[in-house]
Design a protein around this ligand. Structure first.
Ligand code: SPV
Ligand code: MG
Length: 290
């Protein structure tokens, strides 16, 4: 079964699918073990992992290579963040075909101008492309997907750009008309009120996807209760957790002038071997090394 089919089945079965961000296969494997339904191949996380702003600075190839590596190392469907689609509708066809071949279950494409700026940045450049242009890009994504079940998620940044709820709803309807399977509506308001208003006014023709980074108090139970939200993406909790842990451990080692105390707080080298599937390699050695 393709990753797209599996993602569709999870949404149908669970009502709400939850995806955890990852910036490499190891973080994706940890998310898989924690019980998430899907992996969010986040542009923000990968940009941060490279130490650069999430502003269309990484190439498609950099993101695609990491996304492919993730998809190869987890059984979960991967939801790929393709930003603005790296250009116009023709670029989008090339991009979606390549991500489809890499085995992702979904692509998320946003209606901002290339080069984009990251959504949650105070004072960020948030310029939308024309609605018709983005409809063409959504239709191009649908036409180019190598698997008809690959989920095409159209993301409107209308609320992020300050264009208001009416504009967000108009764009969402237009993107569904162009073929979108889900609508991601992003918001940087500190409460869920804005996205809940969107959900209340949404016709439910396609499920909504949310990234609740800015309004973390919105629970999965509350999302499910709307009956309209089909996917929640935890957009940056892998990289933030990694930074928290590294800061604490690095500081301790500098404080102590050695690793003895820090060693007790972190997983063992054997735990990492296990995450690398070393035991399976050792078993294969017994069979095949002669
Ligand atoms: C990402 O994780 O790359 C996203 C979500 O697109 S956000 O950073 O909130 O824009
Ligand atoms: Mg992104």
């Amino acid at each position: 079964m393709t990753a797209g089919r599996r993602l569709r089945d999870i949404i149908a079965r669970e009502g709400l699918a939850h995806a955890m961000a990852a910036h490499n296969p190891l973080s994706a494997r940890l998310a898989e073990r924690a019980g998430f339904h899907a992996i969010w191949a986040s542009g923000f996380e990968l940009s941060a992992a490279y130490g650069v702003p999430d502003a269309s600075l990484l190439s498609m190839t950099q993101h695609l290579d990491m996304t492919r590596a993730i998809a190869e190392r987890v059984a979960l469907p991967v939801v790929a963040d393709i930003d603005t689609g790296y250009g116009n509708a023709i670029n989008v066809m090339h991009v979606v075909a390549a991500y489809g071949r890499a085995g992702v279950g979904a692509v998320v494409m946003e209606d901002k101008l290339f080069p984009k700026d990251t959504s949650l940045l105070a004072g960020g450049r948030q310029e939308l492309v024309r609605l018709e242009e983005f409809q063409g890009k959504v239709a191009a994504a649908c036409a180019a997907r190598p698997d008809p079940d690959l989920v095409v998620i159209a993301r409107t940044e209308a609320l992020i750009a300050g264009a208001g709820l009416d504009e967000a709803l108009a764009r969402a309807h237009a993107y569904v008309a162009a073929g979108a399977d889900l609508i991601l509506v992003h918001s940087k308001q500190k409460t869920p009120a804005e996205v809940m208003d969107f959900a209340a006014r949404w016709d439910g023709s396609r499920p909504i996807a949310l990234v609740p980074t800015a309004y973390p108090e919105l629970t999965e139970a509350a999302m499910k209760a709307t009956g309209k939200i089909g996917l929640v993406i935890y957009g940056n909790h892998a990289i933030r957790a990694a930074v928290t842990a590294m800061q604490e451990v690095f500081a301790q080692i500098r404080r102590d002038g050695g690793i003895a105390q820090a060693d007790r707080r972190i997983v063992s080298v054997e735990d990492i071997f296990e995450l690398q599937d070393v035991p399976a390699m050792k078993a294969a050695e017994k069979t095949f090394l002669r």
